[in-house]
Design a protein. Structure first.
Lengths: 408, 37
């Protein structure tokens, strides 16, 4: 077995894992800039803490639940608990890289997914509740859905295409974010005070680092260092750029100015939408996917605001809607000309693939919404979800962490 | 060894559950007040 290991594939996968790792602190900065200055440390801490927490959870039991030998298409077995048997030889998912390399690449996906949700409950969630929520959510939502799609589970067996995580990462986190925003309720002062971003430059820097890391996320998901990775790299960059241009244009027409934060959010929306499609579509399709991401995600955020849902940092609009659009677009634009191991989509004469994608989208939405609701309600009973109003007004940096971000 | 790994993580989780989550407000508020003054 070790003789099958490709130095090129292994080097690319390990480098990609490092790129995806960077995305989580980058998300911390993206979100950190969007909150008020009294909450910036707490917001960055959400991402940084999750990087630490899920790194340990994943090696102890997360990886085996997601990728362990299949049990009924639902969950992985406990054979690889604490990475027993996961070593330097290739595993069943990637014949040319060490199993450990594949495991650590997948770990970084497990890390960033719950971190995405934190934008919805920013500025009001008790730190202890956040810790418990993250551990339970990773175990009971992320790990099973990752198994369904990538670990030999029922959605993968059904033929659902998800190259790098449209359903597993973005729909689960985006929908859970919406549920969290509804369960926690609005921030103090919502609709009355200006809850403005305290540092737009930090957000643009975070978005840029996310974009950089996303090359590992999508092109790394090819697992091999070859043509498929190159295609994923190109369509990822194209969709991000197209969505940023579209979002900026739509916001310009809608609100009269080309928003810098809008361009940054648009780029992220494009990256989200191309994620499930990046190993199956060509560059023309990536332009259409980016265009759709800019329009659909922007519209979704306007609707959530009109409905007065305090999804503080627009996680549902960007990740839930962007992920669903990307998953469905995969069913439209996928072609075997790009990936001979996949299927054609609607545009290439196979409408059935769009139906399969719709089933995957619906299953991810329903499961993550129900489980997130149950987890949050349990935590509310036993721990308490929100900080008291006085602590919220003071800010989470002071009330939860006893620190201040700035001394100026 | 694996048992020890699980136990050490479990100890941390229990510590997070029992650790204080309130009571810092007054301290910081005073600091803020002094700074403002």
């Amino acid at each position: 077995m070790p003789n099958n290991i490709s130095a090129g594939d292994t080097a690319w996968l390990l480098a990609s894992a490092a790129l995806v790792m960077l995305m989580t602190p980058a998300l911390g900065f993206f979100y950190g800039g969007l909150v008020r200055r009294k909450n910036v440390l707490a917001t960055i801490m959400h991402s940084f803490f999750i990087l630490c927490l899920i790194s340990v959870q994943w090696v102890l039991w997360g990886y085996t639940l997601a990728f362990g030998p299949d049990h009924g298409g639902i969950i992985g077995g406990l054979d690889w608990l604490a990475l027993r048997g996961v070593g330097q030889d290739p595993g069943p998912y990637a014949p040319t890289v060490p199993h450990e390399a594949y495991m650590v690449f997948q770990m970084m996906f497990a890390v960033i997914t719950p971190a995405l949700i934190t934008g919805a409950f920013a500025e009001r969630k008790r730190f202890k509740a956040f810790v418990v929520f993250t551990l339970l959510w990773a175990t009971f939502v992320y790990d099973p859905v990752a198994h369904w799609v990538w670990g030999g589970g029922w959605l993968g067996q059904l033929g659902a295409l998800d190259f790098a995580g449209g359903t597993v990462v973005h729909i689960t986190s985006g929908v859970s974010a919406l549920v969290a925003a509804l369960v926690l309720g609005r921030r103090v002062g919502y609709g009355r005070d200006a809850l403005e971003p305290h540092d737009a430059t930090m957000t643009v820097l975070g978005a840029s680092l996310l974009w950089f890391g996303w090359f590992g996320f999508n092109a790394g998901s090819a697992i091999t260092a070859g043509g498929l990775a190159a295609n994923a790299f190109v369509v990822t960059n194209t969709a991000a750029a197209m969505a940023a241009l579209t979002w900026m244009t739509v916001s310009w027409l809608h609100k009269g100015a080309p928003s810098v934060l809008g361009a940054a959010a648009g780029a992220v929306a494009g990256l989200v939408a191309i994620t499930p499609a990046s190993g199956y579509v060509d560059v023309s399709a990536s332009i259409l996917i980016g265009l759709g991401a800019g329009v659909f995600c922007y519209t979704a955020i306007q609707l959530t605001k009109r409905l007065k849902v305090d999804d503080a940092l627009d996680v549902f609009g960007v990740h839930g809607v962007g992920g669903a659009w990307g998953a469905l677009a995969t069913g439209i634009f996928a072609t075997v000309a790009i990936n001979s191991g996949a299927k054609d989509g609607l545009a290439y004469g196979n409408p059935g693939q769009l139906g399969i994608q719709a089933i995957a989208v619906a299953a991810s939405i329903i499961y993550s919404a129900v489980m997130t609701f149950v987890i949050l309600k349990l935590i509310d009973v036993f721990v308490g979800l929100r900080v008291p109003e006085s602590e919220e007004v003071l800010g989470l940096d002071a009330s939860q962490h006893r620190e201040a971000a700035y001394q100026i | 060894m694996e048992i020890l790994a699980f136990v050490s993580f479990a100890v941390l989780v229990v510590a997070w559950l029992v650790a204080p989550s309130r009571g810092n407000v007054a301290v910081v508020s005073h600091a803020e007040e002094r700074k403002a003054a």
